[in-house]
Design a protein around this ligand. Sequence first.
Ligand code: ADP
Ligand code: MG
Length: 727
Amino acid sequence: MSRQRFDAISESRNRTRIPVEESGRRSALHATYVFNEERMLQYLTKDALQSVQSAIFSGSKIERKIADQVAEAMKGWAISMGATHYTHWFQPLTGATAEKHDAFFDLLPDGRALEKFGGGQLVQQEPDASSFPSGGIRNTFEARGYTAWDPTSPAFIYDATLCIPTIFVSYTGEALDNKAPLLRALHAIDESATAVAKYFDKNVAKVNATLGWEQEYFLIDKSLAQSRPDISIIGRTLVGRSAAKGQQLDDHYFGVIPQRAIRFMKDLEIECTRLGIPVKTRHNEVAPNQFELAPVFEEANLAVDHNLLLMDVMDKIADRHHFKVLFHEKPFAGINGSGKHNNWSLATDTGVNLLSPGSTPMKNLQFLTFFINTIKAVDTYEELLRSSIASASNDHRLGANEAPPAIFSIFIGEQLSNVLDELEGVSKGKLSPEEKTELKLNVVGKIPEILLDNTDRNRTSPFAFTGNKFEMRGVGAKTNCAKPMTILNTIVAKQLRDFKKEVDLLIDKKNLKKDEAIFNVLREYIKTSKRIRFDGDGYSDNWQKEAKRRKLSNNKTTPEALKVLTSKESLALFASMEVLSETEVKARLEVELEAYTLHLEIEGRLYNELVFNHIIPSAITYQKSLIDSVLGLKEIYGAAHKELTEGPSGIIEIIAENIAALKKKTDAMNEIRKKANNLSDIQRKASAYSESVKPYFDEIRTHCDNLERWVDDGHWPLAKYRELLFM
Ligand code: ADP
Ligand code: MG
């Protein structure tokens, strides 16, 4: 056994128990590190408080004078909490978060020290962030990017640093991050949904999109993880034979949480609570060492920030517990990978969930309006929605019968399907009083207030209605939820805007009553969006065929999936909703394709390291010991065991063949990679990686895993699945 593997295994067996802080009542700790409304009430003047509140509610600007006051208050609070630094916390297009810390501490010209942080530092900063991907938006001579305060997500203290959530934009105003477009999309959905919600309640002044994510992850012993180049660098195993036992017994899912994991979770939850992340649910997932954590849902922008912060906190707390957390969508072959369901709905400032059926026909008409418009939006823009969850790592999951397929469809369950079928039969134009009564009592009135128990029976659906929200299930575990949330809210906003126009037209021109007009438009939508509804088995081959017949997109790889971003329709949508300009969309496409290519390039290089520096040398060492044995046997007995020497089943032969194949395949992969690297067009380069380079990875892996099967355990250099997956 390699020294590295031996040390890692011994270390992992000798983990001492990490003391866990006693939590007591969680509510007492809640958001103590957050400059939220409660703190603001305490630290801000009435004027400043009102100004921040109205910025949160309506996006109004905060005056510099007020910003100074807020900064002063934040600084006072942060320093009293032990913070020494502050940072603008932003989400560049790398997918992670970024920060650059500055000390509050400053020196005056006369040498005296003071703590400095004013409105200027709060509102805007210019980090020298020229190395972040921009898709060509910033030329190197004008590489400046600005971070600007997002008052809708409260500042918080993390690691003795006051973190101020910000957007990141170029000197010329283009978004260079994932937050700015999300905020624009949330503004769009607020406008469109509020206008439609007013049909039902004049008092609605604001609609928030809500998001409840469910984060899946793996916990791996730190020293074991570090002993493998693939896990330490990309968070997934590029080689590794399945352990005798994986998830086939279904004994991990919802099982007793291992002690080591529960101690980590307790520590994590305390930290999250202080940071205002409302974590609620924890449980074992399907694969060994796989877990899930889910919070109470929140306003979408805040929920996105909280998920990003959570992933960072998890890394840090895991380290304290000698774990490495894997967020990669497919860390291990042969067992489930990790996703992040995005539960989504719309909530009014009057406290109503617009996707929740109610107790009166009017409330249910409101529910149906938002429900059917969402279905229609997903039908129109299914390919765009698919593109929002595309990444090199998520490609491993989508369509692999553990996560939904790459085809988008909507599951609504039998009960609601029946309601939609009946609505479809409503006659065109004006409704007779009898028809109205029939509709109200027997169709709309029949929707039970609580649908929860009757839906959600289909786990293979990528977009399922689960009683009072839609659940988008193809999102990858690593993904920044801002991406799918930006697209989903944009397309629903566009759809609701179109809907309002159509309804108003019927009211004005055709003299229809409001509810008649609504019924009329909804009926058309039900008819024209039928192809997106699918309640069957999303994993089946039949669905692949059926979906093709329905002309639904089925983009299995990232380079394919991303193409739609710059279609005429997509560009028109982003422009009309003021979410992304053409320049911004094109830049994003370039950044995504580049990220995809680089990801596969790194994997290709890692295969070289694994194959030539670890696996082949170990196989040769073992092979040599076999050859020595054969020679010795021949010397003593005049012959050796056939099992060792004679092909194709002789062990020496098997090893020799796999070594030869590995050398050949890895060389070939490198050649193809060089060719791909020479392509200057990024779309062609990404496709070359996807179509020509990536298939070699599986072949290389097969030979590595064959060798793992035959080579003596003592000679094997890499921690095995059995060691990695069972704590
Ligand atoms: P599952 O069965 O998929 O595990 P649950 O029904 O327990 O899911 O809920 C999962 C998530 O849905 C939770 O994170 C919860 O916060 C979220 N959720 C519930 N209601 C809403 C809503 N109105 N908007 C957004 N998310 C919601
Ligand atoms: Mg779920």
